[in-house]
Write a protein that binds this ligand. Structure first.
Ligand code: F6P
Length: 367
């Protein structure tokens, strides 16, 4: 039997996607696996995610060239070591009630004769994948998001690279903070889940960690910093998720509007906190928002390995006709979970278990 697989990345980019793409291709085109699988695969890369699949004109040669390409082992050989996504991506929601473009996708999948679709994405776009599955498309998902907010998997591609990037940046900030005896407020991404700030804070020994799962009190932040100063600390790092907010206040928005999935553009809470600390403590404060630096850069070894495992896992799922599901990482093993289940809830920080709500830091920290 022959099967034509389409593969695309959707939503925001991150490190590790390319390793997954490379290993989808490597595994699918591995001739030695053909007798066992009983199927020969062809792999086509869709450019720019859903937008590519909407805009592609399979009847016209020109349209085809720009938005879809055959992937072979030679082409993808070095993809695993680069960040971002070599296929490009977009934030288009094909099921946006204001502009539903799902029909075009369904039609183009048919016209391209794609037998199965691998979607590398986070929760919003795996939601799209699931809707397409319900329309009859044979879909499998690969989880990626630096926020690690997708449930039913213990790992999402991009997270480790982002935490490493936060760690390296804070190592730099720490040097200048120490020289000048300053407070530094460092803002990470993390819309609803505080994993980046929490684990970045654990890796760097940040003095204060503020996460979206627990609203903080500004006066307590100031008090904790003054206590540290009294105890002889020259400087302090306050690590805050973009989605964290002071009790009784709304989240701070970077700019107006929402993306196609109704998400607001967050960012700027770090600036607000820095101003308040300066007012309340008269200490010298500086503010750095790490923003997209966390998403860029080369993937860590862990993200390359996980991309590899997820890529191979996704092709196995297709061979086993395990559709409407996502490859996942649970207890040190690759497994598969129904997309429907993964979409039911977000993976948020368990505050009771992992976060110290009195001193705003990781629960395991006593010093
Ligand atoms: O990948 C999710 C995320 O990292 C969020 O934490 C953040 O709010 C968002 O991406 C920002 O994305 P962009 O500015 O690229 O639209």
């Amino acid at each position: 039997m022959k099967m034509k697989i389409g593969v695309l990345s959707a939503g925001r980019d991150c490190a590790g996607i390319n390793a997954a793409l490379q290993w989808v291709v490597y595994s699918a085109l591995d001739k030695d696996l053909v007798p066992m699988r009983g199927v020969m695969f062809e792999v086509w890369g869709i450019i720019d995610g859903w937008r590519g699949l909407i805009e592609i004109k399979p009847d016209k040669k020109e349209g085809m060239k720009r938005l879809v390409m055959p992937l072979d082992m030679d082409l993808v050989r070095t993809w695993d070591r680069s960040g971002g996504t070599r296929l490009g991506t977009s934030l288009v929601n094909p099921f946006d009630p204001k502009k539903d473009q799902s029909e075009a996708i369904l039609e183009n999948i048919k016209k391209l004769h794609l037998d199965a679709l691998v979607v590398v994405s986070g929760i919003d776009n795996l939601g799209v994948a699931y809707k397409l599955f319900r329309e009859g498309v044979k879909v499998v998902g690969i989880p990626k998001t630096i926020d690690k907010d997708l449930s039913e998997t213990e790992y999402t591609l991009g997270f480790d690279s982002a935490v490493n990037s936060i760690t390296q940046d804070i190592d730099r900030i720490r040097i200048t903070a120490g020289s000048h005896s300053r407070i530094f407020v460092v803002e990470t991404m993390g819309r609803k889940a505080g994993w980046l700030a929490l684990e970045g804070g654990e890796a760097t020994g940040a003095a204060i960690i503020l996460i979206p799962e627990h609203d903080f009190v500004m006066e307590r932040v100031a008090e904790l910093l003054l206590n540290r100063k009294k105890a002889g600390h020259r400087y302090s790092i306050v690590l805050v998720s973009e989605g964290a907010k002071p009790r009784g206040m709304d989240m701070v928005l970077e700019r107006r509007g929402q993306d196609g999935f109704g998400n607001y553009y967050l960012g700027g809470i770090g600036g607000f906190i820095a101003e308040q600390i300066e007012k309340m403590t008269e200490m010298e404060v500086r503010y750095v928002a790490l923003r997209h630096l966390q998403r860029g850069g080369a993937p860590t070894a862990y993200d390359r390995r996980m991309g590899r495992k997820f890529g191979i896992g996704a092709v196995d799922m297709i061979a086993n006709e395990d559709f409407g599901r996502m490859v996942a990482w649970k207890q040190g093993e690759v497994t598969t979970v129904p997309l429907k289940k993964a979409l039911e809830r977000l993976n948020l920080v368990d505050v009771e278990k992992l976060y110290n709500t009195k001193d705003y830091r990781s629960r395991d920290q006593t010093l």
